[in-house]
Ligand binder design. Structure first.
Ligand SMILES: Nc1ncnc2c1ncn2[C@@H]1O[C@H](COP(=O)(O)OP(=O)(O)OP(=O)(O)O)[C@@H](O)[C@H]1O
Ligand SMILES: [Mg+2]
Length: 241
């Protein structure tokens, strides 16, 4: 579903954020990307949706090499939720935000209504439909951003810190929701318990490079390695009573 070969990215100010990163993702996999603040997790996801232009290397999505010509098509296949929900929500009501990309695609209003209602129901946010997004709590915004993406019916879901700012119950609901979604999924997070529960495979980024790519359990039980990369054992494995 995704092939990334030797990609590099340097921000316009000269900061090297991603260096020589390669990995492949099979259909239906759910992968956790973890690492310290500034490791390059958000940058990597943004490269996968073509928000930044690659300096070096290649990204192939669903057998299509990413280029100016294929970007429009690739953006229909990949849904991306931003780390900051405010980067994604900008319309006067939740309904309009979830409908935005569908209308942009020229979909008729009956179908738009069906998709908006359905995706808000899936994430448990239908009661927010008429609210202005900027007045929602961070957790509510997060659910709405996921609905905006699901409404497009993508094959791949990229989620940047989806459980941040969620209360324990909302977090639990989101975990069940994500586990139930059949999409190919890549999730960046500092919520290591989430990774342990939802992702069979984990990639650890450090200073823009991959330092681990393999089974989740093997890395999340390796305390010295985790400590070296500003991480720690998931609470579930800390033996707290
Ligand atoms: N627009 C930008 N211009 C210059 N440097 C940037 C920009 N955005 C991010 N960076 C730098 O790139 C590096 C990677 O940032 P990124 O946001 O990808 O990290 P992250 O792993 O997502 O961190 P966090 O866990 O805090 O979300 C950081 O050192 C950051 O300072
Ligand atoms: Mg980030």
């Amino acid at each position: 579903m995704i092939h990334v070969s030797n990609i590099c990215y340097t921000y316009p100010d000269g900061h090297k954020a991603i260096h020589d990163v390669s990995f492949s993702v099979q259909q239906g996999e759910c992968i956790g990307i973890i690492g310290a603040n500034g490791a390059g997790k958000s940058t990597l996801l943004k490269l996968l949706v073509g928000l930044y232009i690659l300096k070096k290397g290649e990204i192939i999505i669903d057998n299509m090499p990413m280029s100016k010509q294929t970007l429009r098509h690739i953006r229909r296949i990949i849904g991306f939720t931003f780390q900051q929900a405010d980067d994604q929500l900008f319309m006067p009501t939740v309904y309009d935000d979830v409908a935005f990309a569908l209308r942009n695609d020229g979909m008729n209003e009956d179908e738009v209504k069906k998709r908006v209602t359905n995706s808000l129901k899936i994430v448990g946010a239908i009661h927010l439909v008429d609210r202005p997004p900027y007045r929602l709590s961070e957790g509510e915004k997060r659910l709405v951003t996921l609905a905006t993406v699901l409404a497009m019916e993508p094959k791949i879901l990229l989620m940047d810190e989806p459980t941040a700012a969620l209360d324990p119950q909302a977090r639990r609901t989101l975990i069940h929701l994500i586990q139930g979604l059949p999409h190919t999924k890549i999730v960046t997070t500092h919520d290591l318990d989430f990774v342990l529960e939802c992702c069979e495979r984990t990639i650890v980024l450090a200073n823009g490079t991959i330092v681990y790519d393999g089974p989740t359990e093997a890395v999340l039980t390796n305390e010295p390695f985790l400590r070296e990369h500003h991480l720690e054992l998931p609470l579930m494995l800390q033996g707290r009573k």
